[in-house]
Design a protein around this ligand. Sequence first.
Ligand code: FES
Length: 215
Amino acid sequence: MSQDKSQHDGAETVDLSNLPPDPSRRLWVTTACAAGGIAGVATAVPFVGSFAPSEKARAAGAPVEVDVSSIKPGEMRTVEWRGKPVWILHRTEQQVEELKNNDSQLADPNSERPGFTPPYAQNEYRSRKPELFVAVGICTHLGCSPTPELAAEPGPGLPADWEGGFFCPCHGSTFDLAGRVYKNKPAPDNLEVPPYQFSADGSSVIIGVDDDNKA
Ligand code: FES
């Protein structure tokens, strides 16, 4: 885990899998990386320079910068932004390639429903870069935090042909590796993609503000 430029964000990391859903709660299930167990590491970003936020964003909370250069393919990191868990998943080439196979099973495969996907993520990857997926880890049903089930293999509550994705333990909603909800599940919408942008050298993601649509 890289500690060189970051400090821990102090997020409270607890297991809520046995608690009832509560959309107002600000705690969240720990989503320690299934592959590597990476803890959330982030740095609050000062309001300076090219990503100066709006007054609304300033009141809501500072952007968070995350070093993504150390997240290996197949690994996921969770950080806190505005009291919410935000996932950064480095998808493998195979995982990216297989995303298009899911479309017929998804409720909103092209992310056309408003409010959950910024314009720059309205593509088959739901991300600025195909391999790096950034999403708010809160179920769009009643606010539980889904569990990463990244491996393409069946498990409790998962279908036999599971391709890898996220499983909400509260009421069984499932999402693919682009956070798109499967059809006929309680969750009505895809997972939210927050505003974000990359640093100039591409080594970091800045969550909470972007060039196209300042939060
Ligand atoms: S909170 Fe109900 S399925 Fe996720």
